[in-house]
Design a protein around this ligand. Structure first.
Ligand SMILES: [Mg+2]
Length: 212
């Protein structure tokens, strides 16, 4: 990581925190994130356990409730390979659109590859903002709230896009190995430095602004 990268990581902080996505209501988003019109949800560790093959019915219903409340809703996931198809099958019926890095690949750009568009790149957030609005009613990035469990991926992508960010603790027990070994311990240090919740009991029950 470059010096600039370290400085950016040290400055990362979400606009909002919550103990779980399930504890966040559309009304609370309207109250604490006024002006937000679109929500971008990470999946693994946020809506489901890492690479879960199914979504719990109450979680599906909860996700759907945001769209029914008038928000444009998106799933933005760094997944690749076979998981892409699975993610579409699980989430297409629940949200406005599902995006994975491959959706950001520009065939006109030589050598463009899905891996360039993974969070913390802002691309999927910007694609969601573009899809959320119409030509005469564009949705600005700051009207988008990114919801995820990783400071260095989800919150960083939101910041890079100029969007707002809601951080939740990882849901479930599983994790990508590299993330578990390197990124999670670093994120715990960064959260401590920023005065963000660190241990499970520190996270607020519903949607809240961080105390720092
Ligand atoms: Mg995640």
């Amino acid at each position: 990581m470059s010096f600039e990268g370290v400085r950016a990581a040290l400055a990362l902080t979400p606009d909002l925190v919550a103990r779980s996505v399930r504890s966040v209501t559309p009304d609370a988003v309207r109250r604490l994130a006024p002006g937000v019109r679109a929500l971008c949800f990470d999946i693994d560790g946020t809506i489901t356990d890492y690479h879960a093959p199914a979504i719990e019915p109450p979680d599906a219903e909860h996700l759907r409730s945001f769209r029914e409340a008038g928000f444009r809703t998106f799933v933005i996931s760094n997944c690749y390979g076979e998981r892409v198809e699975q993610v579409h099958r699980l989430f297409d019926p629940l949200v406005t659109a599902v995006f994975t890095p491959v959706d950001c690949v520009d065939p006109a750009v030589p050598g463009d590859h899905a891996s360039r568009h993974r969070k913390p790149a802002p691309d999927m957030v910007l694609l969601a903002a573009a899809r959320a609005g119409g030509a005469d009613d564009p949705v600005r990035p700051d009207e988008v709230l990114v919801v995820g469990d990783q400071l260095l991926k989800d919150v960083a992508a939101a910041r890079a896009a100029g969007a707002r960010a809601l951080l939740v603790p990882r849901l479930g027990q599983s994790d990508h190995l590299g993330v578990r070994l390197f990124q999670r311990p670093l994120e715990a240090v960064l959260r401590r430095l920023r005065g963000l919740p660190v241990r499970r009991p520190d996270w607020p029950d519903g949607l809240a602004r961080p105390r720092s």
